[in-house]
Design a protein around this ligand. Sequence first.
Ligand code: HEC
Length: 155
Amino acid sequence: MKLKLLVVAAMVGMMSMPASADVEFRHAIEGTVLDFSFAKKGGNTPAFKKFIVDGKNPYNNDKDAIQEGHDAYMPACSGCHGHEAEGKLGPGLADDYWTYPGAETDKGLFEILYGGAKGMMGPQNVNLNTDEMLHIMAWIRSIYKGDPKKAKWLK
Ligand code: HEC
């Protein structure tokens, strides 16, 4: 009887373990490892599974994905970052100045979206699933107006 309970407990434990990632994703400020078990459902798509292995956003330069990203950006981000990501309450996202230089890579940009930063930049994992975040990131990269040499995500 006791053994059965132990087995059940072990199985429940295993099921709640976050999906394993080859790249380690950390909170932009606290440095703690991000826990994907908090992720909104529906985001564990083939694109996201690929992303957590090499940290490269498969939606970059994908026209349809960029359009979807724009559609998702409008209600989720434009109120604070502006319709063209020119900056408003939050900083501009289309130039090459980053408060968090890590955002120059897609891994770093994702870490800010998923885990949040300071103040009003809360974790977006409640509103958006991880696949939607990748779409929004692809749109942000598509409107980049900064120095092409600083576009680390292209490398
Ligand atoms: C309620 C307002 C608000 C919303 C909504 C919001 N942000 Fe932010 N965001 C901010 C603020 C304020 C900062 C600055 C925080 C800091 O410096 O730690 C910020 C910072 C950022 C940064 C870091 C920029 C840099 O220069 O390093 C990124 C990237 C970002 N937000 C992307 C997004 C995206 C994408 C969305 C939509 C999914 C979003 N934010 C939604 C307010 C918001």
